[in-house]
Design a protein around this ligand. Structure first.
Ligand SMILES: *[C@@H]1O[C@H](CO)[C@@H](O)[C@H](O)[C@H]1NC(C)=O
Ligand SMILES: *[C@@H]1O[C@H](CO)[C@@H](O)[C@H](O)[C@H]1NC(C)=O
Ligand SMILES: *[C@@H]1O[C@H](CO)[C@@H](O)[C@H](O)[C@H]1NC(C)=O
Ligand SMILES: *[C@@H]1O[C@H](CO)[C@@H](O)[C@H](O)[C@H]1NC(C)=O
Length: 430
């Protein structure tokens, strides 16, 4: 099955190659959720001849890294020589030689970065390099001719860094705020806006990430870029990655949650936790690596208690052996277009009238046919970031990250608009 899809997509890529796009307005990447790890895996083409890579999406990640130890064959691989323009663009200051057999990932007189696996919290040194990167262009509705960035900068990593990632993963794709993360490099390569939008799905068909401005059309003819609500993206002044340079800021995406409401009632919270302090601790970020939203303990307790109270007489069921603590008999809960009929959870943003509302489809997890659980997890009493909005909570929501204006556009659930993130038409014409 997987290899069939792989061939299908590869043939799509090869087909598209013969119609290489000159100046695309936008690009599109298929993304599928890996059921075992709950990671979101994007498929992009790299190298010459073109190889199809599976890259775990890390929305706050700093760059693209791939395992160069395993079958890296490419006539267009170029290591980044010390003090080259690529090294400075990547802020890769280190410079060194390699004492293993030469090849991709091992060349002398090259600069390097620290590719990171946020799942296992491991990072290691890796050679900086360039190679061809290819993605389908799009008119916003269907994939078009393949667009090729001939000198895409990335980091090599040793094979062991893949541990903890989806089985088929070849590396990770970072979408953070750096110059060399995918959004900025692709925007620079194709002269479009530094904007990208994620639309993730839990279904076993593809969700989608768009680079560039909308339309972002989903079947049946819904432009998900319409009626977005906007909130400023906040820069955390202190680096949140595994390996940080002195004085570096965070490249992850933070938003300003001011309060949380459950069923329209404000939950009492320690507001200090919601802002980012001078050490970079606190605040709210978006993660595609956390499968479920993680809340600092006091926030977790307050939100769960408020939710449990607002649910009223629904039978709570034992959660022993389950990943979640607040679980309920599904038979007591009605169903709606936007998931189980439960009180809404609002993240209130820059003003009372701007909030990100989560309905049952995003707040509840169906753990068995009989049981729904509140899909939030306890992050302990002193996490670095108080609220980490995770994958389940952003599925079937369009999130548009605009790096130029530093704002996030969010759609809330697309289920109200009778579509889902699995509805981009990936069927190529021809
Ligand atoms: C790098 O240079 C050193 C010293 O000249 C040499 O021993 C080593 O084999 C070289 N490594 C590669 C990958 O060419
Ligand atoms: C609120 O959180 C801050 C930061 O963790 C902490 O220093 C303070 O003691 C907390 N306040 C209360 C009333 O718990
Ligand atoms: C719970 O059930 C009782 C008795 O059936 C009823 O009086 C009460 O209004 C219900 N509470 C809620 C919140 O639904
Ligand atoms: C998807 O796109 C293809 C190619 O452009 C088109 O032929 C097909 O009708 C579209 N599918 C739907 C359901 O609109």
């Amino acid at each position: 099955m997987a290899s069939y899809l792989h061939r299908l997509l590869l043939s799509f890529f090869l087909f598209s190659l013969s119609f290489a796009a000159s100046r695309p307005d936008a690009l599109v990447v298929p993304v599928r959720k890996d059921p075992a790890t709950l990671q979101y895996v994007a498929r992009v083409g790299q190298r010459t001849p073109l190889a199809l890579l599976n890259l775990v999406v890390d929305v706050g990640g700093r760059f693209l890294w791939v395992d160069c130890d395993t079958d890296y064959v490419s006539s267009t691989y170029r290591p980044s020589r010390c003090r080259s323009a690529q090294c400075s663009l990547a802020k890769a200051t280190g410079c060194g030689d390699c004492f293993s057999p030469p090849g991709p990932g091992c060349n002398n007189n090259t600069c390097g970065l620290f590719p990171e696996n946020p799942v296992t919290r491991t990072s290691t040194g890796g050679e900086l390099a360039q190679d061809v990167l290819s993605l389908p262009s799009t008119d916003g509705s269907v994939p078009g001719p393949l667009a090729t960035a001939p000198h895409f900068i990335f980091s090599c990593a040793p094979a062991f860094l893949l541990q903890g990632l989806a089985d088929n993963a070849d590396g990770m794709a970072g979408f953070g705020r750096t110059n060399i993360a995918l959004p900025s490099q692709l925007a620079a390569a194709f002269s479009f806006h530094r904007v990208f939008a994620t639309c993730l799905t839990s279904s076993h068909t593809d969700g989608v990430i768009f680079f560039g401005d909308g339309p972002y059309n989903l079947l049946p003819n819904v432009d998900a870029s319409q009626s977005l609500i906007y909130t400023p993206l906040i820069v955390n002044p202190v680096c949140t990655a595994g390996t940080c340079g002195q004085g570096e800021k965070s490249d992850e995406y933070f938003i300003g949650v001011k309060s949380i409401k459950v069923g329209d009632k404000a939950v009492p919270l320690n507001k200090t936790l919601l802002s980012i302090d001078s050490n970079g601790v606190g605040g709210t970020k978006i993660s595609t690596v956390a499968p479920y939203t993680v809340l600092e303990t006091s926030i977790y307790k307050a939100v769960s208690a408020a939710f449990d109270a607002a649910l009223g007489n629904v039978t709570r069921v034992p959660s022993a052996g389950l990943r979640f603590e607040f679980c309920y008999a599904a038979s007591d809960i009605g169903s709606t277009r936007v998931g189980p009929a439960v009180p809404s959870i609002d993240l209130v943003l820059q003003s009372e009238s701007v909030y990100w509302r989560m309905f049952g489809a995003n707040s509840m997890v169906s753990v068995t046919d009989e049981v729904y659980c509140l899909g939030f997890v306890d992050g302990g009493p002193s996490p670095r970031t108080s609220i980490v909005i995770g994958g389940h909570q952003v599925e079937d929501n369009l999130l548009q990250f605009d790096l130029a204006t530093s704002r996030l556009g969010f759609s809330s659930t697309l289920l109200f608009r009778r579509t889902t993130c699995a509805n981009f038409n990936f069927t190529s014409s021809g």
